[in-house]
Ligand binder design. Structure first.
Ligand code: NAD
Ligand code: IPM
Ligand code: MN
Length: 351
């Protein structure tokens, strides 16, 4: 019997509510597998910081590294919460984890589900993945401010793009595209304005495309990409893009493909030098927290991605099938189920 040793970080807001359901479904999906699931809960996030002053200590980081994978809810305070500096937890805990664990592929799939209404009149059949770079770009904190508070204040946030970082994520996108029926990669950037980074991304895509003659590729500026994401999302197969464009585009992708409550993600270290981390795309949703209103499906589908990553693809498929069946039955509940009722229904549907 193999042991799968997971760290679970419920976090803030709806994080603990949706993670409780993901754990419920994980247990159900692995109960007939020849594995022993060991879960260790870590209390991290805004509430934990208020109580202890810890964002993410070196000691906790070292402990997290020892697990096979991490299941993460969401962190972050409500926008009006003045007790916590804006973004402190996001940067010093979540981004610190992604960077420290070298989660260079932030994989965010989108697909249409039967029974889910889209805000688009005619979305077509959506089935694409966004391969978002996860360790570079404007997220590295390479910025500063001069003459703060004066009329001559200067604020900079510098996007860092390295040949190594761009190459490994672009290569990952082509590798994934080669295994998909449509075999197409779309680079999304803004090389008409962001010349230096844009050209590095472009050259890298051209070089790697030459290694994958069976995969076609094209290019869209990020602004145009948002047009097509709303007018014709079915055109996309594999999108590869930088950290910030990928952040924005995947909230939009979630919205057009059935709602942010369905959008799952994996922060992947494809070299397996540290555990990968699985989390819904959404945040802590302070506006609905504590009310059992959150849709736990994104967290549950993230748990399925986790099982796939740790070598249990059959269990992952069983969760996905249960989610699909539950989603198809949703119209009859017309949004009246609580978070835990949705989790119970999906868990019950896992064969
Ligand atoms: P958000 O994703 O938390 O919420 C945006 C909207 O989507 C809200 O109306 C919310 O109610 C709704 N929503 C989100 N998840 C839902 C779900 N599962 N079911 C139903 N509705 C859902 O984004 P925000 O409001 O910009 O951010 C809130 C906080 O979360 C901020 O502190 C932000 O920094 C943080 N955040 C954290 C993460 C993360 O931990 N990975 C991701 C995004 C935002
Ligand atoms: C996400 C979130 C994070 C991001 C924030 C909370 C740092 O929006 O996971 O999409 O920007 O990556
Ligand atoms: Mn985001």
């Amino acid at each position: 019997t193999n042991t799968i040793d997971l760290a679970v970080i419920p976090g803030d807001g709806i994080g603990p509510e949706v993670i409780a359901e993901a754990v419920k479904v994980l247990k159900k999906a692995t109960q007939n597998e020849d594995v022993r699931l060991v879960l260790s809960e870590y209390r991290l996030g805004a509430e934990h910081w208020l109580a202890t002053g810890e964002t993410l200590s070196d000691g906790t980081l070292a402990e997290l590294r020892r697990h096979d994978a991490i299941l993460f809810g969401a962190v972050g305070a409500a926008p009006g919460d003045t007790r916590i500096p804006s973004g402190l937890i996001e940067r010093e805990m979540l981004l610190k984890l992604r960077f420290a664990m070298d989660h260079y592929v932030n994989l965010r799939p989108s697909k249409s589900y039967a029974g889910v209404p889209s805000p688009l009149a005619d979305p077509g059949t959506i089935d694409f993945i966004v391969v978002r770079e996860g360790t570079e770009g404007p997220y590295v904190g390479n910025g500063g401010a001069l003459r703060v508070g004066t009329p001559h204040e200067i604020a900079t946030e510098v996007s860092v793009n390295t040949a190594h970082g761009v190459e490994r994520v672009v290569r990952d996108a082509f590798r994934r595209a080669a295994d998909r029926p449509r075999r197409k990669v779309t680079l999304v950037h803004k090389h008409n304005v962001l010349v230096h980074a844009g050209h590095l991304w472009r050259r890298t895509v051209e070089a790697i495309a030459a290694e994958y003659p069976q995969v076609s590729h094209d290019y869209l500026h990020i602004d145009a990409a948002t047009i097509f994401m709303t007018t014709d999302p079915a055109r996309f197969d594999v999108i590869v893009t930088d950290n910030l464009f990928g952040d924005i585009l995947t909230d939009l992708a979630g919205a057009v493909s059935g709602g942010i409550g369905l959008a799952a993600s994996g922060n992947l270290n494809m070299d397996r030098t540290a555990p990968s981390m699985f989390e819904p795309v959404h945040g802590s949703a302070p506006d609905i927290a504590g009310q059992q209103k959150a849709d736990p499906t994104a967290a549950i589908l993230s748990a399925a991605m986790l099982l796939e990553h740790v070598g249990l693809p059959a269990a992952a498929r069983r969760i996905e099938a249960a989610v699909e069946a539950d989603i198809a039955a949703r119209p009859q509940f017309s949004g009246t189920r609580t978070t835990s009722q949705v989790g119970d229904a999906i868990a019950a549907g896992v064969s």
